[in-house]
Write a protein that binds this ligand. Sequence first.
Ligand code: ADP
Ligand code: MG
Length: 400
Amino acid sequence: MSGRASLVLAIESSCDETGVAVVESGRRILAQAVASQIALHAPAGGIVPELAARAHLRWIVPALQEVLATTGVTIGEIDAIAVTAGPGLAGSLLVGIAFAKTLAWAYRRPLVGVNHLEGHLYAAWLLDPGEPERPEPPFPLVALVVSGGHTFLVEMRDHLRYRLLGETVDDAAGEAFDKAGRLLGLGYPGGPEIAAAAARSRARDAVLPRAWLGKSYDFSFSGLKTALRRQVELELAAADRPAAEAGGRLDPARVTELAWGFQEAVVDVLATKTLRAADETAARAVVMGGGVASNVALRERIATGAAARGLPLFVPRPGLCTDNGAMIGAAGWRRFVAGERAGDDLGARPAWPLVRPGGAPDTRRPPRRGTAARAYEIALAAERDGAGGAPVPAARERTP
Ligand code: ADP
Ligand code: MG
């Protein structure tokens, strides 16, 4: 690399958002496009993998075109192409990987495979296009990643170095929010719906159980979900209404109270453990990332605790907490500068952990080309068959 800032073109397609971004020196977003599939999966109340892969195929080229048009940058001026290689849905990952590999080959650009979870962490380093410069998070720090598929707490003593402090032993926090939303008869995805309902609650005294798991930094949310289900069933039966699965609904006011109680229980455990980890590791900063990090109650609770300790909190704006391409550009640039390069055998790693318990690096080999090729064929066949019909309405996000 020369003295000039380096540009990374980043591609994210691990789950249900197609994200493309151009990021400068791992920090400054020049432009990004996010095509969300929320409307596509809402009728099913959850992500349908085949539909997700097809929607990525539909939107990945328009997303790239939009980003290039906004920046005026050509692919020839890009220093590296970064793509999410895992974890995520195999068919979805392969769309982004095949696309990135094709661009890298056609334009002779280096390719970097990025762990999606590392992207959620490095979102805290990003700056929006017009945003004033601000300091980077100092090390050592503790980082809480809370998304729809993952919940864990790590210590970082330097870039790209992680020590796993704790992780969920059952549901991810976002998954718990989504399930609770369904139980309460709220819309999809449940996280933002629960947050909105909780904010409307008048009585704030519903108490649901917290799983502390002793002194560990691990999390568990399945007991909480069961407690909520039991509570809803009890109240429905007492009111002589059908069960939740049979369409029975509590009064809207009661739904807001239980949503508040549920959110409190999740936020209490996440915030308490994160702040205790900051104390015990003598952290100099707290970082948050992942879709659930856009939850206002959680942000406020951790912000208050961090401020009381004199620690800066780094949490991306909500649009950068949920899946996006820019975060892959931030993490990918770090990997690129560290000398990492992916070959044309880069495959999807659906269960790729960021770090293993005990802090040992993950050294498993990526799946062989044959597996990746087969899964991609399946995604392509789905596209050819046109299963599902109409193109996906995409909610675009353009950074301000
Ligand atoms: P993944 O990478 O696993 O797809 P994301 O990082 O995109 O997940 O985050 C999506 C998750 O975040 C969903 O489970 C959603 O319910 C949750 N979420 C989004 N906004 C909020 C919020 N305000 N409060 C709680 N959860 C939220
Ligand atoms: Mg994510």
